[in-house]
Design a protein around this ligand. Sequence first.
Ligand code: UDP
Ligand code: MG
Length: 319
Amino acid sequence: MNKSLSIIVPCFNEDSVVEASYRRMKAVMDSLQRPTELIFINDGSTDDTYDLLRGIAAKDQQVKLISFSRNFGHQKAVTAGINHCTSEMAVIIDADLQDPPELIPDMIRTMEKSEAQVVYCVRKARKGEGFFKKLSSKIFYRMLNFFSEVKLPLDTGDFRLIDKNIIHEFNKMHEKGKYIRGLVSWVGFKQVPYYYEREPRFAGKTKYPFSKMLKLATTSLLYFSTKPLRLATTLGFIAVIFSLGLAVWSILGKILGFTHADPGWTSLFVLIIFFGGVQLLTIGIVGAYVGNLFDEIKNRPEYIIQEKQNFNNQKEDVQ
Ligand code: UDP
Ligand code: MG
């Protein structure tokens, strides 16, 4: 029997796309000769997404719906999808059809042919996305690889096919700050790339404003590297060497007479700003790690489910 497949789709205010997404994903599911399920996660949408998804799930038992009590963010929504999937493989895909669902059969073939546990999709081109978004993500992923202790493939998102080994290992991870694409790379096994062209958004606007992008970037940096902490030490060290050099220079200058007696305020001013900057930066870096430690120690649930539909053959299951 062919392996079963779950398709995990996080949705936040996607009422202009969910029906088209469902139709295209359903067509792909029908073409695959294997058991399939479509898991939609409604991440606290405030538009009609919830009603539309409920309507779809009421008509189609293959569609499962998890609805959060509020917006917890894309990574939490995908986490909930992985936590709830019972298949032998899962695809993580956005609701906005930027990642074409029609590629799924070929991704499965690639996985089977190369006997891999992960097929991660690499963007050859990104249509319909702004210059700033493309540039910032290009720079960011390269920087992240410099800092990170695990090598993360470049130009990839969460669009990928993972098998049950990865699902099993992922479900054992209890950290609250989840950077999913990083965690999947971290697990290891055989991971192969799959090149594709990213389409423009089918409809609606991006749900990743700059603030959310920054949060994802910070999580990935802080959870995948302690290098920023070491950077703080390096900066402190440079500052100390610099100030020692300056001290030696001014003492010698005074003895040998190549500096003026009154040093003026410029050098003082520069030094104060320099040390102030280094100290604030270091405190900031340490603070970021401490903040995350605090979040982890509080041990709150990662997300809160208000309602589930079509799980365990029950029509509705309110937590
Ligand atoms: N998303 C979500 N919660 C959020 C933000 C986004 O579930 O808080 C979903 C969104 O509905 C979409 C996917 O995450 O299915 C990717 O978001 P988007 O397409 O807006 O990001 P972009 O492609 O612009 O980076
Ligand atoms: Mg998108």
